[in-house]
Design a protein around this ligand. Structure first.
Ligand code: NAI
Ligand code: MN
Ligand code: ZN
Length: 340
């Protein structure tokens, strides 16, 4: 047992730094001394009581990086001292989705920091298979962003972007920007259009590879695309308002691919005609299906650059202030890191 400090959401709107005990790692686990963790929308949603999967009390945090301090009996002791990023997706390995390579939608899916205690803590035990080795050439700050980029890796793996694509991404938050970097840096799409309502976020989108940025806060997007003579062949929705799906289908070229990533429980009104008449392919993407190695190789080969999305750091003991900053300041915030 080890007494360690953790960021605990006791119940909605109550965040405490609590001392808890971490047991010895089980046979297939490693104990990670956390160095950095990233704040994500879902951490704020659990804090506010808006996440349907969360149970309380909960140690939040599903984006974290650290060093292996101790290993369970079935794990190679040479791993002690390894720098690792943790894939928060816990899956059974034998259900139907797991059997076809989609552990991200396992029948008994659990996500560290959501369904079970996560990474906003000084030490945490995780399955050894979820702790991915980080090469020395990748900094701690970049290593902690593997999880958000794994979201982009997953959605792009479904839609197979090509160099002929005119891609459009709704939303220039963390998810939209990671998608932008992957579309441009990895797949080299011909044209990348990013759409948001916040000028500062569109500036960051340009920095992340957008060829064209569009502010749709005043003039509707379809009108602006028409004026520019653009018909996207690939559309990703990283803004996730339920009304976007129909618009995405309407602005898309015939034979385009469209992917949603949102979790709204409100209905999206779409017509069959708008989809079938253009034979639009519809996709969705949740979390990541073992995409960590791919993302790590992209960072290593500099195809993507996490430093472009990092904006703030707070000590973990100021997690509450960090989350408030994240919620309030859309203009200057992108990825906020907690230090341990
Ligand atoms: P964020 O709130 O930082 O970014 C969303 C951006 O969309 C904001 O910049 C906002 O100004 C913009 N936006 C909102 N409505 C818009 C509209 N109608 N047109 C254009 N832009 C609009 O959020 P973040 O962290 O980037 O996440 C984005 C979404 O992705 C969230 O809904 C989240 O739930 C979802 N998500 C899905 C995951 C998955 O695996 N499917 C994983 C992580 C997040
Ligand atoms: Mn996240
Ligand atoms: Zn499974």
């Amino acid at each position: 047992m080890k007494a360690v400090k953790s960021v605990v959401i006791k119940e909605p709107n109550t965040l405490l730094i609590e001392e808890r005990s971490v047991p010895e790692p089980a046979e297939n686990q490693v104990r990670v001394k956390v160095r950095l963790a990233g704040i994500c929308g879902s951490d704020s949603h659990i804090y506010r009581g808006h996440n349907p999967f969360a149970k309380y009390p909960r140690v939040i945090g599903h984006e974290f990086f650290g060093v292996i301090e101790k290993v369970g009996s079935d794990v190679d002791s040479k791993r002690v001292g390894e720098r690792v990023s943790i894939d928060p997706v816990l899956s059974c390995g034998h259900c139907y989705p797991c059997s076809i390579g989609k552990p991200n939608v396992c029948e008994t899916l659990e996500v560290l920091g959501v369904h079970t205690d996560g990474g906003f803590t000084e030490y945490v035990n995780v399955p050894a298979a979820n702790a991915y080795t980080i090469p020395d050439s990748i900094s701690d700050e970049c290593a902690v962003t593997v999880e958000p980029y794994s979201i982009a890796a997953n959605v792009t793996s479904h839609v197979h972007p090509t160099q002929d694509d005119v891609a459009l991404v709704y939303g220039a938050g963390t998810i939209g920007l990671t998608c932008a970097q992957v579309l441009k840096g990895v797949y080299q799409v011909k044209t990348l259009i990013m759409v948001d309502r916040v000028a500062e976020r569109l500036a960051r989108a340009k920095d992340c590879g957008a060829d064209i940025v569009i502010d749709n806060s005043q003039t509707p997007l379809p009108e602006q695309l028409k004026a520019l003579g653009l018909r996207p062949t690939l559309v990703l929705d990283a803004a996730c308002h339920p009304a976007i799906l129909q618009e995405a289908i309407l602005i898309a070229s015939p034979a385009a691919r469209v992917s949603i990533m949102g979790f709204s429980s409100e209905a999206s009104a779409v017509t069959q005609q708008s989809i079938t008449s253009k034979e639009i392919s519809l996709f969705s993407s949740r979390l990541n299906a073992k995409k960590f190695p791919e993302v790590i190789s992209w960072i290593e080969s500099k195809k993507i650059d996490p430093t472009k999305i990092l904006t703030h750091q707070f000590p973990f003991t100021e997690a509450q202030e960090a989350i408030l900053t994240f919620e309030k300041d859309q203009k200057t915030c992108c990825k906020i890191l907690l230090t341990f």
